[in-house]
Design a protein around this ligand. Structure first.
Ligand SMILES: NC(=O)c1ccc[n+]([C@@H]2O[C@H](COP(=O)([O-])OP(=O)(O)OC[C@H]3O[C@@H](n4cnc5c(N)ncnc54)[C@H](OP(=O)(O)O)[C@@H]3O)[C@@H](O)[C@H]2O)c1
Length: 334
């Protein structure tokens, strides 16, 4: 079947998307970004991938977050993104902000994991080939490697920018002291960290508690959140059991044992508060993160356009009263 030519919505920038500046930089990102970790690889039909990507772009979600090993299978989210480039997104390349990463296991042997210069350089070349891109907007060191000298990893990032294969660099999940060193190292070489990526949500505030968010802001870097919905826990997905087509049913990255009685009670109570506010649990969870101006964007995952649609409504609920915030704090501790 011949696919119709994609024409993006002419109102994509007038439909309510809000853009926020990433630290002290020239880049603004949509408050919601789309992550391709799950549901965009070879186990998904390409028509579904395309439907969700177009749906997002049509609503001003111009930032797509990838990594070398997203799929599943490894590499196939990037391959599907390359197919999107070839079949629909190419004319809009300059409207897109595409990130990828290397740092986790990707290929066998000693050079397909962690933080060596050899791995990062080779992995980015592979990512560019899969995504049919000449450059990415942002390349991340996906995790801190305690065995490789940090200078080696960071200098590879600097050289990647100088070589024109990425416009900016970012760090993901670095512990506090390594992050501090990295921010200074990169800034001293005029390749400042654009974004620090970490997990943060109503149930897990590690970057706030560790001080890494404050450090990021002080360093002039933007802060972008992953798993803002705790992989789907902070939605209506599990309020009445575990649906067969859900991430938890796979029991791979979101485990069934998280959903004990206490958690279910917590989620139901948060859901009731969200409904009082005229929001869904997902919407309130995203609004709660985005009310903090230090958060540049949240990267949502999705398995349907309906989920993206629901999540976009969070942009209309960014105000919280002190009483609501206090209630949220007591509910997450239930
Ligand atoms: N840097 C890192 O180390 C790292 C780690 C993890 C993720 N990330 C990035 O962050 C992105 C987002 O992570 P994530 O997928 O864990 O994010 P998430 O937004 O917390 O979870 C996404 C999942 O939640 C469910 N969901 C989303 N909206 C929903 C709604 N309105 N109603 C019901 N269910 C809903 C869907 O689950 P179902 O699929 O079950 O429908 C969806 O796949 C990734 O794609 C990746 O780009 C980075």
């Amino acid at each position: 079947m011949i696919e119709p030519v994609y024409t993006p919505s002419p109102s994509r920038y007038d439909d309510g998307m809000i853009y926020r500046r990433a630290g002290r930089s020239g880049i603004q990102l949509p408050l919601l970004s789309l992550g391709l970790w799950h549901n965009f690889g070879s186990r998904q039909t390409f028509s579904k991938v395309r439907e969700m990507a177009h749906y997002a772009f049509d609503r001003g979600i111009v930032h797509f977050d990838l990594a070398n090993n997203y799929g599943p299978e490894y590499g196939t989210a990037e391959e599907n993104f390359g197919r999107l480039m070839e079949t629909s997104f190419r004319p809009y390349r300059d409207e897109l902000f595409v990130s990828t990463k290397a740092g986790y296991d990707m290929w066998p042997g000693p050079y397909g994991n962690w933080g060596s210069r050899k791995y990062l350089m080779a992995s980015l070349d592979q990512s560019l080939r899969r995504m049919k891109l000449d450059y990415v907007d942002l390349f991340y060191s996906h995790r801190y490697d305690p065995a490789t000298p940090l200078e080696e990893t960071l200098q590879a990032l600097v050289d990647i920018v100088r070589g024109g294969k990425a416009l900016y660099v970012g760090l993901s999940r670095y512990p506090l002291e390594a992050a501090r060193f990295a921010f200074d190292y990169l800034a001293a070489r005029d390749v400042p960290c654009l974004l620090f990526q970490d997990r943060c949500n109503l149930l897990d505030r590690a970057p706030i508690e560790s001080g890494v968010l404050d450090l990021t802001v002080a360093a002039g870097s933007g802060f972008i959140v992953f798993s803002p919905l705790a992989q789907g826990l902070l939605t209506n997905r599990y309020l009445n059991g575990i649906p067969a087509d859900s991430r938890m049913a796979e029991d791979r990255t979101l485990h069934r044992d998280v959903l004990d009685e206490a958690m279910l009670h917590r989620l139901q109570s948060l859901d009731a508060l969200a409904r009082e506010r005229g929001q869904s649990l997902a919407g309130m969870s995203l609004s709660w993160l985005l009310r903090d101006e230090r958060v540049t964007s949240v990267i949502i995952g999705a398995s349907s356009t309906a989920q993206i649609e629901e999540n976009l409504r969070s942009l209309q609920g960014l105000d919280f009263s002190e009483e609501e915030l206090t209630r949220i704090e007591s509910l997450v501790r239930l």
